[in-house]
Design a protein around this ligand. Structure first.
Ligand code: NAG
Ligand code: NAG
Ligand code: NAG
Ligand code: NAG
Ligand code: NAG
Ligand code: NAG
Ligand code: NAG
Ligand code: NAG
Length: 698
């Protein structure tokens, strides 16, 4: 009885000793250490088909063997003579001839060193008492981040814990891909291929990384932590509940979170990233966002235009120079992956209002956002310079406010403007006003206020700026009808009640006032029932505006691309519309007194009157902009992608044929109800035009 009891004690004692070794013990190839609850095991193994021997830690209850950590990643043993010892200098891995293959590199000499494998998968080295942690495997991750392990940087010790993929399933040496916390600017999680930034999981927003898929957890895996303080920056998952999960980087450069299912004996994927083509770092270049919805993947931000129409990866540039101070506005973008924060500034205790004020005050600040989205949002993130690597989500993402030059021009009304500045301004305004009066008088002398000196029965008005400003509520954004290649269009109502459309021409035509009026007069003489009627113009300082009749039924795109509204357009009506557009173009090209090439024919430039008669708008713009020569305007990319003929898009060559090309695209869109550029097909990557060509060839 007593014998059996002491035998039981011996067994218990032996198994309890199994999770650690002291200098008098060692682990040979074939022997293992097992953590106290049997979760992890440490020993020698050969990965895949390799015959080489590595010392590693794997899940004891998971099969096939899943290795979480390897000691001698780059220095395998070639035979099974491996021996793990603990000495007063730390942990050493020796072969049969006492050659050292790997060591813990501990600098302190210990009296009672103990190496223990914890149930978390951490191998720790202590000197007798457990408070004296001298080394731990969690500080030297391989490809796997286990719960309790920190990914990130300690500024005190200089330690930068990161993951690196295996070279192959047969070789655990560091491969091409590595996962880091980049601590420049506002810290963010990045995946590198070699030293090149491949994918940006992005900054932590309180709930997750702004660039990872939202984690829809069936089982609560972790209490996630992202800590930023003066000592360290790290990301950590604190295990929650019994689920076994790991974050790792595989050999093809995917970051995966896997969960072990003990019922089905498989690893499930909770999520992985990068997910799609939009995740490739800065695939659209600066100041652009990537969408996965359409076949065109890149879009410039509002207020930006493509730097090069043929190569989206060159990104976008500002349409208008910033005015700074009150001349700029910050439109809000939603559902975005926030741009690269590596050169951004942050303050976690500010609110959005303070953040907005700070950004507006500093002219080099290009965007701002909350740094944390939990509980309605807090913290402040500011960007300076170009905005890189944004993605638009259908679901999830964050709000971002981006600085652009306001179209309304400068309005100096801030209370804080001091008396001195105010008086200087008053003087300046007085001078400007006098000059303006002199200029107006000069114009009046030439009889141009009402430009009704034409022979035909036609009236062309020069509207004064004040009445146009009043009609459009000072160009209020809710009156904005759209934006053409030549500037925004506003709806307005004159005092008499007449509804008008005001096209505010972008600056840069290089034309003088006189030439502009001559042009307007010429254009106004073009009269055809399939062209929108020009009522007059308005000239204010360096701005010019064209005033048109207002079309209540908006434009063609409003109907044909909307499933519900498209039902208004039966085939009869569509034929009528196509015919009308064709007649309008024919008139511009051949039948009018001058030859006009439209250059921006598209569904949104075909307006519809009360009876759904099509009327082409924006004709004559090319003339006003001095575009008779064969060249593109360098300030502005005139034309719209998807409607531009290849020779125009590529070389800037345009002729009547360019309009015919656009007309062709338009007809296809009217017939199919699909946008050329937004078209997508499961079998190929073509746009609508390409699709039609492919279908015809087969
Ligand atoms: C390793 O440990 C064993 C006993 O456990 C001992 O015989 C051997 O000398 C040790 N080797 C070294 C290099 O310390
Ligand atoms: C080991 O298992 C016991 C019983 O299941 C549990 O109470 C204990 O917390 C576990 N220890 C560790 C380190 O996980
Ligand atoms: C140990 O230190 C040596 C020299 O400082 C270094 O070459 C080696 O890579 C280190 N080994 C480990 C496992 O850190
Ligand atoms: C990496 O993981 C993805 C997703 O599970 C998988 O498709 C791919 O084959 C893996 N790469 C390798 C080299 O195993
Ligand atoms: C993308 O598609 C989703 C659902 O189909 C839609 O809700 C969303 O508005 C689309 N986004 C864009 C930019 O077209
Ligand atoms: C597009 O621009 C990128 C970046 O400037 C450049 O690397 C690439 O070669 C260009 N591609 C083409 C087709 O011109
Ligand atoms: C952050 O913002 C708070 C609140 O506005 C302010 O008190 C604090 O000084 C700011 N910290 C830094 C580093 O600017
Ligand atoms: C604007 O911000 C930049 C970058 O943080 C800084 O260098 C500059 O001094 C700031 N300018 C003003 C006027 O605050």
């Amino acid at each position: 009885m007593l014998g059996a009891y002491s035998c039981l004690l011996f067994i218990l004692g032996a198994s309890a000793a199994n999770d650690n070794i002291t200098p008098s013990q060692s682990i040979r190839d074939g022997e293992t250490l097992v953590s106290v609850n049997g979760t992890f095991e440490l020993g020698f193994f050969s990965p895949g088909t390799s015959a080489k021997r590595y010392l590693g830690i794997w899940y004891k209850r998971v099969s096939p063997r899943t290795v979480a950590w390897v000691a001698n990643r780059e220095t395998p043993l070639t035979d099974q003579s491996g021996l793990l010892n603990v000495t007063s200098k730390g942990i050493v891995l020796l072969d049969g001839r006492d050659r050292i293959f790997w060591s813990s590199n501990t600098s302190i000499t210990m009296k009672n060193p103990v190496v223990q494998l914890m149930d978390s998968g951490n191998l720790v080295l202590t000197d007798g008492n457990y408070n004296s942690l001298l080394w731990q495997s969690f500080d030297h991750p391989c490809d796997t981040l286990l719960p309790g392990m920190k990914l990130g940087r300690n500024f005190k010790t200089g330690m930068d814990r990161h993951l690196s993929s295996w070279k192959s399933i047969n070789d655990p040496a560091p491969g091409e891909f590595s996962l880091w916390i980049d601590t420049h600017g506002f810290p963010q999680l990045v995946l590198r291929k070699g030293s090149v930034l491949q994918y940006r999981a992005g900054s932590w927003n309180g709930l997750g990384f702004t660039g990872t898929p939202p984690l829809k957890e069936n089982v609560p895996l972790c209490d996630y932590k992202f800590v930023i303080n003066e000592n360290e920056v790290y990301y950590e998952c604190d295990a929650k509940g019994p689920a076994v999960s790991r974050l790792w980087v595989n050999q093809s450069g995917l970051v995966l979170r896997s969960i072990w299912s003990s019922q089905q004996d498989v690893w499930f994927l909770a999520y992985y990233a990068p997910l799609d083509r939009c995740d490739l770092y800065s695939v659209c270049g600066a100041n652009a966002r990537c969408t996965t919805n359409s076949s065109r993947r890149c879009d410039c931000l509002e207020g930006f235009v493509p730097k090069s129409p043929n190569n989206w990866s060159e990104g976008c540039v500002r349409e208008r120079e910033l005015k700074c101070r009150n001349g700029d506005e910050f439109p809000k973008y939603v559902k975005l992956k926030l741009p690269d924060t590596s050169s951004s500034w942050f303050n976690a205790s500010m609110n959005l209002k303070e953040c907005s004020e700070l950004c507006s005050k500093n002219c080099s600040c290009t965007a701002y956002a909350n740094s944390d989205v939990e509980r309605g949002g807090s913290g402040c993130l500011l960007w300076f310079g170009d905005l890189m690597d944004m993605k638009e989500y259908n679901d999830g993402g964050q709000d971002l406010y981006i600085r652009i030059a306001s179209e309304r021009g400068r309005s100096v009304t801030k209370k804080q403007v001091g008396i001195i500045i105010a008086s200087v301004l008053l003087m300046a305004m007085f001078i400007v006003a006098s000059l303006f009066c002199i200029w107006r008088k000069k114009l009046k002398k030439q009889g141009l206020t009402k430009m009704s000196h034409m022979k035909e029965d036609m009236e062309l008005w020069e509207f004064d700026f004040a009445s146009i400003a009043k009609a459009t509520d000072n160009f209020a954004s809710y009156n904005k009808l759209g934006e053409g290649g030549f500037g925004p269009v506003y709806k307005g109502t004159l005092v008499e009640g007449q509804e008008i459309a005001v096209k505010r021409l972008s600056k840069g035509s290089g034309q003088g006032m006189e030439e502009f009026k001559n042009e307007v007069t010429l254009i106004a003489r073009l009269q055809h029932r399939n062209l929108v009627k020009l009522l007059g113009c308005c000239i204010q300082a360096d701005e010019s505006m064209l005033i048109y009749e207002y079309m209540p039924n908006k434009s063609l795109d409003f109907f044909i691309f909307d499933q519900a509204r498209a039902t208004f357009l039966d085939w009869q009506k569509r034929i009528h519309i196509v015919g009308g557009i064709a007649r309008g173009i024919l008139y511009l090209h051949q039948d009018s007194r001058m030859r006009i090439i439209h250059r921006d024919l598209k569904a949104s430039n075909v307006l519809l009157d009360n009876d759904m008669n099509p009327k082409i708008s924006d004709f004559g713009m090319a003339r006003i902009f001095g575009g008779d020569e064969i060249q593109t305007n360098t300030h502005k990319v005139v034309g719209t992608y998807g409607y531009m003929s290849p020779e125009y898009a590529a070389e800037g060559l345009f002729s009547v044929k360019s309009d015919v090309f656009s007309f062709g695209v338009l007809v296809l869109e009217i017939v199919s109800g699909k946008k050329n550029w937004r078209f997508s097909h499961p079998d190929h990557d073509h746009n609508l035009l390409g699709h039609v060509r492919v279908e015809n060839n087969t």
